[in-house]
Design a binder for this molecule. Structure first.
Ligand code: BES
Ligand code: ZN
Length: 655
């Protein structure tokens, strides 16, 4: 028992460890290795309140973003039967939850919901379900509304009839004109971090893992796919059956419906996309199978059976989302030259870091994203070689530096305090790039082979579990720190994880391919070389990106025109290049790029691009223009995109 565990016990008076309740029934280790379990006397809310009152530090292992009383009940399995109604923009039907009881007292079951309309609830044991009372608690703007269900004493199953709201935070309903084909509507869900509750009532916390089956009823011409056992041969009769036998946290529950076709890329890999995009996507991502094999080779078997990609319409708010067996991917990375496929390596790597070993709360997100970013770089090196590896790492490092330059200290800490905050709004490069740099330093210190062995053991040790930052620290102490006491330093590791900034002497990723760009940029800026005379014939995407991102704050109108006419940047087909150029254009008021800017902001919904562009517009005195474009584009944006960008444009108090 760790000292943290003892502290927790003292804090809440008594503790009921999950495993201690029913050791014989639990085939695996408990999913959560943390001990901050609320007790019968101290339900989740009380624990949260008390933890807040007693400490100005978040309590390890407490999920401050869920109402669920996970120490009384654990949802083990969900059966969904949902009808997809494109006219009303609702998902409607039934969720049946199989529970494991951890209490023999008569306790209500508290589930997470957001904007759900609950029609009826039945509960009972086995097949015998009876209507039961339920009530909705007070709505929290970040967390949604707790659903309290009065369960009979021995109930182990609950069935909820419900429908989603047309503006559900985790669902986007697209009109045909927002798709590549332009003829059929499209629907997709995005559950991470806390949006699963807006389309299924459940314990929406990464500490609970569920298996699920689903029946999805769609218009007959459309195909449904899920984070489950998709069957490309499924009959197109408007009814799709799914099963997900590996237990997953709720944020990996995912559904999409549209005019989708399938093309295999390798034995275990393939693409689902609208027919218009299928060929180009399959060609762009043809290395996916090799990436899968390379990752298995280093970090142990792929445990999820198939690995397919789903290409979404451009309003998808992220680059990618690691939904198990079926990563959701933005079409904006289909550049034609594989320059942006690190995204695929990233989502694939989550099959180990994230989906297999899962962050226990959103404070621990760096365990998902930092490990994944580190693995991404390693996969890229394996498939595309050293130079690409160095460039990807150096660009990531620059992103980190940029974020460190304009964030409050507290937000630079990997194990971040998110109490009372909306995880969507705290999103940054810190958990990704600082996490990855930390692991890179460990690798440098103990040697690559030893570090890979450590990672392999780590994934096996914690497979299908949710772990906290402190679990990781303890594991590191037992393993690498004990093995290499002369190479590693516990205090420095603590600093990496719990202090802002980057520890002094941390590695600085650099690339020779970039070092030769610096003098060229310099000469051009000094007027020693004309833009048209720069020999860019062998520049890769990464070098272009580096060239542009390294430009000074201010450029003159003549300089902007010279760059644009030499390299046609305003018309760039590579969205990352276009983005970097538009950032320069906005801050320098370069009008010739503004039409492209408006199109870019209207056609693409990826927040990685939209947030900085809108912020840049506002900060450079063009709030009105930002608002005008936003108002016009808004109907096509995902709810999340609307929420975070309206705050940027109209300030914190606005809707
Ligand atoms: N899991 C994330 C997306 C995410 C994180 C959604 C936190 C909601 C909350 C996904 O794997 C991701 O990191 N996507 C990045 C990819 C990039 C870093 C290669 C993205 O979308 O830009
Ligand atoms: Zn990720």
């Amino acid at each position: 028992m760790s000292s943290r565990f003892l502290r927790t016990s003292l804090l809440i008076g008594a503790v009921s460890l999950l495993a201690a309740c029913s050791p014989s029934e639990e085939p695996q280790k408990p999913e959560t290795r943390t001990a901050a379990e609320p007790t019968a006397e101290a339900p989740a809310e009380a624990v949260r309140e008390e933890a807040k009152a007693q400490s100005d530090q978040p309590e390890s292992g407490v999920d401050y973003h869920s109402f669920a009383n996970t120490s009384d009940f654990r949802v083990k399995h969900v059966d969904l039967d949902l009808t997809v109604d494109f006219d009303r923009k609702v998902l409607e039907g039934e969720a049946k939850l199989q529970l494991k009881r951890l209490t023999d007292k008569k306790k209500p079951l508290i589930l997470d919901t957001r904007g759900l309309e609950i029609e009826s609830v039945e509960a009972g044991h086995g097949g015998q379900l009876q209507p039961v009372k339920f009530s909705m608690g007070e709505t929290d703007p970040n967390l949604g509304t707790p659903l309290k269900i009065e369960l009979p004493k021995n109930a182990t199953a609950v069935s909820i009839r419900y429908r989603t709201s047309p503006d559900a935070s985790g669902v986007q309903w697209l009109e045909p004109q927002q798709t590549a084909g332009g003829e059929h509507p499209f629907l997709f869900t995005q559950a991470q971090a806390i949006h699963a509750r807006s389309f299924v009532p459940l314990q929406d916390t990464p500490q609970v893992r569920i298996t699920y089956n689903a029946t999805i009823r769609t218009p007959e011409e459309l195909r449904a796919v899920m984070s489950a056992d998709n069957d490309p041969e499924a009959e197109m009769d408007g009814v799709f059956e799914f099963s997900m036998p590996q237990p997953i946290p709720s944020y990996l529950l995912a559904l999409a419906v549209g005019d989708l076709e399938f093309k295999p890329m390798g034995e275990r890999t393939g693409v689902y996309a609208e027919p218009e995009l299928l060929e180009s996507a399959a060609a762009e991502f043809e290395d996916t199978e090799s990436m899968l094999e390379a990752t298995e080779e280093a970090y142990g078997p792929y445990r999820w059976d198939r690995y397919d990609l789903l290409i979404l319409p451009p309003s998808f708010p992220f680059g990618g989302m690691e939904n198990p067996r079926l990563s959701f991917i933005t079409p904006t990375v289909i550049a034609g030259d594989k320059s942006l496929v690190a995204l695929i390596a990233h989502e694939l790597a989550h099959s180990w870091s994230g989906n297999l070993v899962t962050n226990a709360s959103w404070r621990d997100l760096w365990l998902n994203e930092g490990f994944t970013t580190y693995l991404t770089n390693r996969i890229m090196q394996n498939i595309y070689g050293d130079e690409r590896y160095r460039m990807e790492m150096a660009l990531g490092y620059d992103d980190l530096k940029a974020d460190l330059a304009d964030r409050p200290d507290g937000d630079e800490i990997m194990a971040i305090d998110l109490r009372g905050r909306d995880p969507d709004e705290v999103f940054s490069n810190i958990p990704y790039e600082k996490g990855s740099l930390f692991l890179y330093e460990l690798e440098q210190k103990v040697g690559r082979e030893n570090f890979d062995q450590f990672l392999l053991d780590y994934f096996n040790n914690f497979a299908f579990q949710s772990i906290t930052t402190e679990d990781f620290e303890q594991y590191l102490e037992k393993t690498l720190l004990a093995q290499y006491p002369d190479k590693l330093d516990a205090e420095r590791i603590r600093q990496w994880i719990h202090e802002p900034g980057i520890p002094e002497g941390a590695p600085v990723p650099t690339s020779d391919a970039f070092s030769k760009i610096d003098p060229v940029r310099e000469q051009w800026l000094n007027g020693e070389m004309a833009a048209a005379d720069i020999d860019t014939s062998d520049w890769t995407y990464h070098q272009w990106k580096y060239f542009l991102d390294g430009m000074p704050e201010k450029l003159s109108e003549e300089q902007l025109q010279a760059l644009d006419s030499a390299f046609n940047l305003t018309e760039s087909k590579n969205n990352e290049i276009a983005f970097s150029w538009l950032m320069i254009a906005v801050r320098n008021d370069y009008q010739p790029a503004f039409e492209r800017l408006e199109n870019f902001l209207t056609e693409i919904g990826r927040n990685k691009f939209l947030r900085p562009l809108y912020r840049n517009l506002v900060e450079s005195g063009k709030q009105e223009m930002a608002a005008q474009i936003f108002e016009q584009a808004k109907a096509g944006y995902h709810p999340l995109t609307v929420k975070v960008n309206s705050k940027i444009i109209y300030g914190d108090d606005a809707e």
